[in-house]
Design a protein around this ligand. Structure first.
Ligand SMILES: [Zn+2]
Length: 420
């Protein structure tokens, strides 16, 4: 653990510390942050948990609107422009991209949050971390890179290279840790097989994944671990909120870093807190990012509420299975809610290649077809597995091996062919 004192503290001690930090943050932020000052109005000081629970939720649409009204960063940017040192933007898959800057202090806070992630995965200063990632304007693994420098591990950048060159560079540099999306780890394994490279004999002992939920799905994780002969860990984060979660050695889900975040899981329809065992939308407040604070921010991540006990000893909120889905990628088939991630979890229990989902409309009903690099028998078994495990009919269409797109960043496996 990075901070055993905080990570194993009793939940009421954690809550007390969170509230004190939240009040410190608000006192610092509100005078310079026109966005929250007008959103919250006059607030009692110090804030209590009851008042916190009544603060209005912050949505992405509000941030986009704020930024359009006061470009380039919006009224939510607390500090004068010269104080910002890092620039990132969201990918804009669900609308206009958000430009999000960090001050030096906030960027160091990102690196601090990543120390928890690295420690939980057993990554130390002796490791050589390979970033199979093209460093562009998206946050991707930029913060992991900053954190690796702070940790004292060696960073090996893999940007601007194709998969084959990346595999060669990993080998020649003696990389011990691989950072990439789960999909890309599987793709690298596919390329390695074709090239006759044995990853299991290589030096990589830990793979750390973000961008997609795969590393918390047993079927995806075991495929990555088998291919690499390494332990695969999950990490959850987002440009708007920061690096908020990580899997521990138990790897049954994602722990929320409650030393740096206040996590709420709310029913998307009623806005009320979800009980243990039920699923809802994760709403986060980051406590150390004064330059761009997210207060009660709707992440769009669907999670289920787990326990505060774990074999690793951490007392932080566990999200079993990690991020189950996104509010914006829910597919409703004849009244049944299906997330692409639950389909992926089933696909990966079969020895098939890449896949994608094609949405169409049949009359008034939505329909779904899976295109998959498999043989006919495998495709039929997949169809059966969907009916049995999801309770829905998903048509299968066999496509040639290697014919579907491969992804380095977040995989986009859903094609929407419904006419609107
Ligand atoms: Zn744990």
């Amino acid at each position: 653990m990075y901070r055993p004192d905080l990570e194993t503290a009793a939940p009421d001690i954690v809550r007390e510390r969170q509230l004190a930090r939240l009040n410190g943050l608000l006192a610092r932020v509100l005078p310079g942050n026109a966005f929250y000052a007008s959103k919250f109005g006059a607030l009692a000081s110090p804030l209590s948990w009851d008042t916190f629970a009544e603060l209005p939720i912050t949505t992405k649409a509000e941030l986009v609107e704020d930024q359009a009204a006061a470009p380039p960063f919006g009224a939510i940017a607390t500090c004068p422009p010269d104080e910002y040192v890092a620039y990132h933007q969201t990918s804009g898959t669900t609308g206009r991209p958000l430009a999000i800057p960090d001050t030096r202090e906030s960027w160091e806070w990102w690196a601090e949050c990543w120390q928890y992630v690295y420690a939980a995965a057993g990554v130390t200063a002796r490791d050589r971390i390979f970033f199979a990632f093209s460093f562009g304007p998206f946050i991707g693994f930029w913060s992991a890179y900053a954190a690796a420098c702070r940790l004292g591990a060696m960073s090996i950048p893999g940007g601007g290279l194709d998969s084959r060159s990346r595999l060669r560079l990993m080998e020649s540099s003696g990389a011990t840790v691989l950072l990439c999306t789960p999909t890309y780890a599987l793709h690298l394994a596919e390329v390695a097989r074709a090239e006759g490279i044995s990853l299991r004999d290589g030096a990589v002992r830990v793979t750390l994944h973000a961008g997609e939920p795969g590393a918390s799905m047993p079927s995806v994780r075991s495929r990555i671990e088998d291919a690499w002969g390494a332990s695969a860990f999950d990490h959850a984060g987002g440009t708007e909120v920061g690096a908020y979660g990580f899997s521990c050695e138990a790897r049954t889900g994602v722990h929320v870093n409650e030393a740096e975040f206040i996590a709420e899981v709310l029913d998307p329809d009623t806005g009320r807190p979800c009980d243990k065992g039920s699923a809802g939308e994760l709403v986060l407040t980051n406590l150390g990012r004064a330059g761009w604070p997210a207060i009660r921010y709707r992440t769009g991540d669907i999670v289920s509420v787990g326990a505060r006990t774990c074999t690793c000893g951490r007392t932080s909120l566990m999200l079993p299975g990690g991020i189950i889905g996104r509010t914006d990628d829910l597919i409703i088939l004849r009244g049944v809610n299906v997330y692409p991630s639950s389909i992926e979890a089933i696909v990966r229990t079969f020895e098939v290649g890449e896949f994608r989902l094609v949405r169409t409309r049949e009359g008034a009903m939505d329909a779904l077809t899976i295109e998959v690099e498999a043989n006919d028998a495998e495709a039929q078994s997949l169809g059966r597995a969907f009916r049995e495990r999801l309770g829905v009919r998903i048509a299968t269409r066999v496509v040639a091996a290697g014919s579907l797109p491969r992804f380095e960043l977040k995989a986009r496996r859903v094609v929407d062919n419904r006419s609107h």
